[in-house]
Every structure is written in C-alpha cells, then in structure tokens.
Design a protein around this ligand. Structure first.
Ligand SMILES: C[S@@+](CC[C@H](N)C(=O)[O-])C[C@H]1O[C@@H](n2cnc3c(N)ncnc32)[C@H](O)[C@@H]1O
Length: 393
C-alpha cells in the first residue's frame, strides 16, 4: 500500500472510533443528555480503552469464526447485529480499505464514478473516493451498515450515495468507471458458480467503456477457488481479465484441488488494527486477498509485455540449495528454480521476489514439462511490482 493510502487510512481511524462509540452509546444508554451549565467537553480519545478492546475483540472473534472458519455467518444478516457491525467497522473496515487501495492502484485509470456493491459500511467506497472518485454509490442489503456509511460520509465531508440492494433486485441506475465487490460474492447464492457468474456478467454491463470491475474475496482456499471458477466461466464467454491473470485460458490453479491463488501485500498496520488483532488472536501483518479485475464486454485482453513474463503466484518455496517460486504467465502456471551456486548480478532479483510481482526471465537453462530451471546465464528483471499496472509492450 502506498504512503498516501497509509496516511489516508490513519485519518479514518478516529472517525471509525468516534462513530463506533456513538452507536454503542445510543444502543446501550439511549442518547446522552445535553450538558448542564458551563461544561467543557473532553476531546474523546482516539485510542480504545482496554475494556473497549476486549468488547470489540469478542465481536471480531465471532465474525472471524463465522466468516472464515465454520462460515456459518456467510450469507447471514450479521451486519444487522449491532455488536458484529461495530466489530466490522473497527477491525475489518480498515483492512478492506487498505486492500482496496492496493487494488485500485493497479487499474489503468483513476475512477471518477464508482459503485460499491455489498458495501457494508463502505470501506471500498471510501477507498475509491480517496483514490479520486467523485460520484460514488454504496449499495448493500443491510440498512444499519448503509447508515454507518452515511455517517462516515458526513464525518469526512465526502459525498456518498447509498442504495439498498441485493442480487435479486435491479442494480443501481447508471454506468460507472469502477464497480467494486468486496468480500461479498462468496456470501451469495450458496456457492452456485453459474449464478455468481451471471450476476458478475450483469454487473459488467454497468461499466463504462474502459472501466473495471474489481472483485475481492477472502484469501481462503475455498473462496479463492470459487472465485477462479467464476473467472473461468467469464473467460470462456470472452471477457478479459485485467489483473492478476496473464494467462488467457482456464485457470491452471484449478487443476489440482490443493492449489489456489491469492495476493499478499505489505501495509502499515494501524495501531488500532494491531491492538484488536492481538485481542482476537488474529494476524494482519500483511494484506491477503484473492482478487480479479475484469474488463467490460468486448474489450480485448491487454497484450503482455515483450519477452517471457510471469507473475509470481507463490511465496518462496523450500528447496535445498536453490530458490523456487511458482509463476503464472501467458504460457500458464509453471515452477521456477535457481540454484544458489548460479546466483549472480543478472539473476539476483530472483532471490528477492515478492508474490504478485511480474518478472521477465531470459536465458533459461532447462525446460521441464511443468517448470523452468534458471542458470548463471539467466536474467531476471522486474516488470511490475505487486499492486502496479503491468506496462504495455
Ligand atoms: C464481508 S461484508 C463486506 C463488506 C465490504 N464490502 C468489505 O469488503 O469490507 C459482506 C457484505 O455483503 C453484504 N451481503 C451479503 N449478502 C448479501 C445479499 N444477498 N445482498 C446484498 N448484500 C449482501 C452484507 O450485508 C455485507 O455488508
């Protein structure tokens, strides 16, 4: 995530805390009586108290369990439970905001108009606004979540439209430069891939020419594979993927049931997230998500950069005396390996690769069916960092 995005996020944190406290006060005590006589209001602390952290931490644990482990909350109306909505606002909102900023930076153009579907309290909508969107609509079925999004718009003096929406209802009017769907697809249609793909296709009709649909999902094997299945339906129908795929065929990560594909990006974790993650025994040191950026119907796939290019789709893999990664490019998904003894300035980059980076390799020593062995004659060059648009040839 860029320095600007990290600074923008820090500005949201006190607003989130203030709003959470207001909501909590309203539901536990009713509205506070106005102060009597001369009264100097103490500025509310921008940090949660230990008691508040404990309370929110309990909500985060319920959410995390229900959305990522047993998944009994996926598809349920958890945003209408004030304690869970509050936990979402303080913990998942900043994470989704940061994830979204790091994906929006990958788009070919800054969005002017943006529709956020399944917005919840609007982290992706506000990420879009901070990335330059001027006309933004947040749409969700949860009225309380939309109300929080409206309150955040007031607190930040930003303009945001809200609409009640669910997949069986028509989409909000208009066409948009960017449409986002953050962590919502996996909650729809009880896993039915065809229905999800049909919804995504309807959504794609609402993009302006050159626009982008950004679908972001949790970095879990099952939700990631389900997203890849939706991708394959759309790719088979001729839609182009802007990111992360360079391969235009059926996704090779679906061949083996144990494979999947996700992004991992560094971020400057806000102190609030750190404290709450500790309290809920969760880890958020990096941003992990699965994602897909789709182009509107009729737009061709972008030509890949010249040479043999691959996106790194794994972390560094164990290997005795050698470095290994998985790469995925126009040729498909392949293993890449380079022995320590062949390390030199021309291939040094191979030893520092990050998931999501796009590289160009040259001078491969050994071609195997499912991989490429690099040598001291090989070159490794960075083409695009993770979160950067891949340059045109
Ligand atoms: C995990 S939250 C994601 C919120 C936000 N987009 C983000 O990425 O942080 C999923 C959202 O999808 C919404 N959602 C779930 N099922 C829905 C449905 N059938 N119709 C509309 N929204 C739905 C929920 O209300 C919730 O706000």
């Amino acid at each position: 995530m860029s320095g600007d995005a990290a600074r923008d996020l820090e500005e949201w944190i006190p607003r989130l805390i203030t709003l959470w406290r207001q909501q909590r006060a309203a539901r536990t005590k009713g509205p506070r009586p106005p102060p009597r006589g001369r009264h100097v209001e103490e500025a509310p602390s921008a940090k949660l108290t230990p008691q508040e952290i404990k309370e929110v931490g309990a909500g985060i644990k319920r959410l995390s369990h229900g959305l990522t482990r047993e998944r009994e909350l996926a598809g349920a109306k958890y945003m209408d439970d004030p304690a869970l909505l509050g936990a979402y606002l303080l913990f998942y909102w900043p994470v989704s905001y940061a994830q979204s900023r790091s994906l929006l930076s990958e788009l070919p153009a800054r969005p002017r108009s943006l529709l956020d579907l399944g917005s919840g309290p609007g982290p992706l909508a506000f990420a879009g606004i901070d990335a330059g969107a001027r006309e933004t609509i947040a749409a969700d079925r949860s009225k309380p979540a939309l109300e929080l999004a409206r309150q955040l718009a007031i607190a930040s003096s930003e303009s945001l439209g809200t609409r009640e929406w669910s997949p069986e209802r028509p989409l909000p009017e208009g066409t948009f430069d960017v449409i986002t769907m953050g962590h919502v697809l996996n909650e729809l249609f009880a896993g039915d891939v065809e229905k999800r793909a049909a919804l995504v296709e309807r959504v794609l009709e609402r993009l302006k020419p050159g626009g982008s649909l950004v679908v972001m999902e949790p970095a879990l094997r099952d939700t990631s594979r389900a997203l890849l299945q939706v991708r394959d339906v759309l790719v088979a129908k001729g839609y182009a993927v802007r990111a992360p795929c360079l391969f235009r065929g059926a996704c090779p990560a679906l061949i083996k049931p144990s494979d999947w594909c996700h992004a991992e990006r560094p971020w400057r974790m806000p102190a609030l997230t750190e404290a709450l993650a500790r309290s809920a025994s969760l880890h958020k040191e990096s941003l992990k998500m699965s994602y897909l950026v789709l182009a509107p119907k009729g737009e061709a796939w972008a030509e890949p950069p010249k040479g043999r290019v691959l996106r790194i789709v794994s972390e560094a893999l164990e290997g005795k005396g050698r470095q290994r990664f998985m790469g995925c490019g126009p040729e498909g998904r392949i293993g890449l390996a380079l022995q320590d003894k062949h390390r030199n300035p021309g291939n040094e980059k191979f030893f520092h690769l990050q998931r999501g980076e796009v590289i160009r390799i040259g001078g491969v020593l050994e071609e195997k069916g499912d991989g490429a062995g690099l040598s001291d004659q090989s070159t490794v060059e960075l083409v695009a960092r993770a979160g950067q648009a891949v340059p045109k040839p």
